[in-house]
Design a protein around this ligand. Structure first.
Ligand code: ADP
Ligand code: MG
Length: 540
């Protein structure tokens, strides 16, 4: 049937061109509708007396032909008018049996689709206009006319997943396949898919700080655009920082309160006695201490010179913070007898005392460190490392040239050895946080927790110090820096041969145990761990 129709159509086209047709659907259909049947049929030998030919096409060949022609011409026009739309429509619709779908229906569908797209685009523009830079957006999603052509199975899949999504459970990490999309052929969904992205963004709101109010959004099927989500995220982070600052301020105020009336009286007395000229302000507030800067005054005794600038370390009288530091002091034989008898307030004084003793030892050994001025209860006054109220920067905060870095490294190594050998001390909190860079050299501070090497955990503390120091200088680009095990041996003079950290630490602990057993048996500690005399001194 189709073949014959096409053959007929070919001849029909010839005739049409004879009759002066040169294209244009309206013109052709108008012409076909009105003039053709009446004018043409009589010319084909139409006989009013003969029996009707039942085999011939009853609905008039011309009609069939004209319909077919109209279809073809229509398609031609459509191709010219909507090239890309036709390409889209061709896939699902003009295949197999669908080939006979009426062109008018298709045209109507295509026009509808175009209309819907324009409508959706307009909605999107309006949505954008209304939302602007606002942090909360409204969505016209429900008003969109997503044409059936546009919806695909992958979207349904997402819907199904989402209805089962528990908003109170952490999001499973989405596994984006390596190829970057899900689905097949035309039904692919990439990670950039607007809906998928929107839902992911909504789920990610869970990661914001708990105090950041996100409303009920997480429980709904909200789709946050990237723009809105990023704005929210930014806001959440800045809020977090702001609240952290506020919190810090609060902390600060409690630290100020650490200067309780008794402490204030102590400080006042120092100023009143002329020992300090003025206390200018706070340099640092830590968990366990508050450090103030002060200008030095005149000394009551002539043999003691008060430095022009002083640091006042006030050990906090808030007791519970010192609890976790017990291990440093209660096993330190220097304080052992007193420790058990003291009330917590007095233990805090002991920290200050400990720092003073350790600083004095270091001072005597010539290690650069603050010089002790006076100790009054839990307030330790020492010389200020820095100038004009500006404290020297910590090693972690200062950018050193590679030459200075190398110099700092050898000096630190030297100081650690001196501390161990001459002062019989292990810093026990040595790191770039407790080393200041001043006058082209490293100064050690914060030695209240320092212990003697024979302390039950002394060697462990030393190993920890060595690790901090080795890591800092190795990261700082000092090629010569020893690793933590080499550094430990170099400082302690012990020759622990283990070549891995676990064995090394096991040996350290065995040594400590040996020392403890010795104390148990002989009632006193070994004088030193050093097995082969003094540790070698490393110097440039
Ligand atoms: P904490 O136990 O709180 O770490 P530190 O002794 O380390 O106490 O002091 C805290 C901070 O105060 C240091 O990091 C340093 O910046 C400053 N500081 C302490 N002592 C001095 C000092 N003598 N001279 C200058 N700054 C000091
Ligand atoms: Mg410190």
């Amino acid at each position: 049937m189709r073949c014959s129709l096409q053959a007929l159509l070919a001849s029909r086209e010839l005739e049409l061109s004879e009759l002066g047709y040169h294209g244009g659907r309206q013109r052709v259909t108008a012409w076909l509708d009105s003039s053709l049947p009446s004018r043409r049929l009589p010319q084909r030998g139409y006989c009013p007396w003969g029996t009707p030919n039942t085999t011939s096409i009853s609905c008039s060949l011309a009609d069939v032909m004209s319909e077919q022609l109209a279809k073809e011409l229509q398609l031609e026009e459509e191709n010219a008018a909507f090239p890309e739309v036709v390409a889209v429509a061709e896939g699902p619709f003009i295949t197999g049996e669908n080939i006979d779908t009426s062109s008018d229906l298709m045209l109507a569908q295509m026009l509808q689709m175009e209309f819907d797209r324009e409508y959706d685009a307009q909605l999107r523009r309006e949505e954008k206009k209304i939302n602007g830079d606002s942090k909360v957006s409204i969505s016209f999603e429900n008003y969109r006319k997503v044409h059936p052509y546009d919806s695909d199975s992958s979207e349904d899949e997402v819907d199904w997943q989402d209805t089962r999504h528990d908003p109170y459970r952490a999001d499973k990490p989405t596994t984006t396949p390596r190829r970057g999309f899900i689905g097949k052929g035309k039904d692919i969904t990439t990670k950039h898919d607007e809906v998928v992205c929107g839902r992911k963004n909504t789920a990610r709101m869970e990661n914001f700080a708990p105090e950041f109010q996100v409303g009920d959004g997480i429980g709904m099927d909200l789709k946050l655009s990237n723009q809105v989500f990023n704005a929210l995220k930014q806001h959440a982070y800045s809020e977090e920082r702001r609240s952290a600052r506020l919190h810090e301020k609060k902390e600060h105020s409690t630290a100020e309160k650490a200067v309780d009336p008794k402490t204030r009286l102590l400080l006042y007395k120092m100023v009143n006695a002329g020992m300090l000229e003025t206390i200018t302000g706070c340099i640092s507030t830590g968990k366990e201490s508050v450090v103030f800067h002060a200008y030095g005054g005149k000394s009551a005794t002539e043999d003691k010179v008060i430095p022009p600038e002083c640091a006042i370390k006030v050990f906090k009288t808030t007791l519970n913070e010192f609890k976790n530091r017990d291990k440093y002091i209660k096993d330190d034989y220097r304080f052992k007898d007193r420790f058990s008898k003291l009330n917590p307030r007095k233990i805090i004084r002991m920290w200050a005392e400990k720092e003073m003793h350790n600083l004095t030892r270091m001072q005597n050994a010539g290690i650069p460190c603050p010089q002790v001025v006076i100790l009054k209860k839990h307030v330790l006054v020492m010389s200020f490392i820095g100038k004009d109220q500006i404290p020297a920067p910590k090693l972690k905060d200062v950018t050193l040239s590679s030459e200075d870095m190398k110099k700092a490294y050898y000096q630190t190594l030297n100081m650690m050895q001196q501390l161990y050998r001459e002062c019989n001390l292990v810093h026990a909190d040595l790191s770039e946080y407790n080393m200041l860079w001043h006058d082209g050299k490293v100064w050690l501070i914060d030695v209240s927790q320092s212990v003697e090497p024979t302390h039950p955990h002394g060697l462990e503390f030393l190993f920890r110090d060595c690790r901090n120091v080795a890591q800092f200088f190795q990261k700082g680009g000092v090629a010569e820096a020893l690793n933590e095990r080499e550094l430990f041996n170099a400082v302690s003079g012990l020759n622990i041969s283990a070549d891995n950290e676990v064995d090394f630490q096991a040996e350290i602990e065995a040594l400590e145990k040996m020392n403890e057993d010795h104390v148990q048996n002989h009632g006193k500690k070994l004088s030193t761990f050093s097995s082969d005399g003094d540790p070698p001194i490393y110097d440039e």
